[in-house]
Design a protein around this ligand. Structure first.
Ligand code: C5P
Length: 270
């Protein structure tokens, strides 16, 4: 990457809207739309908005939330990343996806750990959805390799010694590729190992576990800077708390872009 424009880098940043209300998600969307490449909706958003709708004793608020949720998805149509991390038997994943894709997602994920039959079932649902809806963008099917919140000790706790980490990431990525997934969600620390087994750059790597130098890591352990992630070949970085937890989320995005530009222009500074 020799010369990069600040504006083109925005599309590489996906903001994780890990919030518990549709009002909060919509507020972030309104302040950051146009300044980043997209928005991620995951467990916290999906489960809390559903539970709020069902349990909210104030029916007026429940109706407002329902209207705002509908408006939000209409506004986002074709652009959100559904971080649903499906991992179940193929039939259950198939049925879940037949519903989820109606939300007009740009991309979504499954756990590669769910195995090839599950990933193939997901692929088939996406292909059916795309043939039935040629006017809509075809959602990207991504597979999670190893969570960026897991370090070698955590893997060891579930029976995977340190030396298994890289071969496991490589096997999961290769399996995802062989099932025609569009890419993986993986730590930027694993990018090189993944490219050894899947050199095809059409197979994208998206990277969470990203922090500006000096930021709190929270529960993330395989952490890299935004610049390192992009320099290592990530198609996009998924960033939550460094943006949503910042006093000024818009300024945080600009700092992330500065960090990417610096890393790309000065490879030695990582
Ligand atoms: O706040 P933070 O930047 O750590 O958020 C990272 C986001 O990326 C979270 O929403 C998390 O669910 C998501 N994610 C992840 N690791 C994966 C896949 C998704 O951290 N392997």
């Amino acid at each position: 990457m020799s010369s990069i424009s600040r504006e083109s880098l925005r599309k590489n940043i996906i903001v994780a809207l890990d919030v518990s209300s549709v009002d909060a998600a919509f507020d972030y969307y309104e302040s950051l739309n146009g300044k980043v490449g997209g928005f991620k909706l995951g467990f916290e958003f999906f489960y809390s908005t559903l539970v709020n709708l069902v349990t909210n004793p104030d029916s007026k608020k429940a109706h407002e939330d329902l209207d705002l949720t509908r408006h939000f998805f209409k506004t986002l149509a074709g652009t959100p990343f559904g971080d649903v991390k499906l991992c179940d038997i193929p039939e259950t994943v198939k049925k879940a996806l037949q519903n989820l894709l109606k939300l007009n997602l740009l991309m979504f994920n499954v756990h590669a750990w769910g195995g090839k039959p599950m990933m193939k079932a997901a692929r088939a649902v996406v292909d059916e959805f795309a043939s039935a809806n040629p006017e809509k963008p075809k959602p990207l099917l991504l597979a999670v390799t190893v969570l960026t919140s897991m370090d070698n000790n955590d893997l060891e706790d579930i029976g995977l010694p340190e030396e298994y980490r890289v071969p496991m990431v490589q096997s999961l990525a290769k399996a995802a590729y062989e099932c025609n997934c569009d890419g993986v969600i993986a730590s930027a620390k694993d990018t090189k190992a993944i490219r050894e087994v899947v050199p095809d750059t059409k197979f994208k790597i998206f990277t969470p576990g990203v922090r500006l130098p000096g930021s709190a890591k929270h529960d993330q352990k395989a952490v890299t800077t935004p610049g390192e992630a992009i320099r290592n070949g990530a198609a996009g970085v998924i960033i939550g708390r460094d943006i949503t937890g910042a006093e000024d989320p818009v300024a945080a995005v600009e700092k992330i872009i500065d960090n990417i530009i610096e890393a790309v222009n000065n490879p030695a500074t990582a």
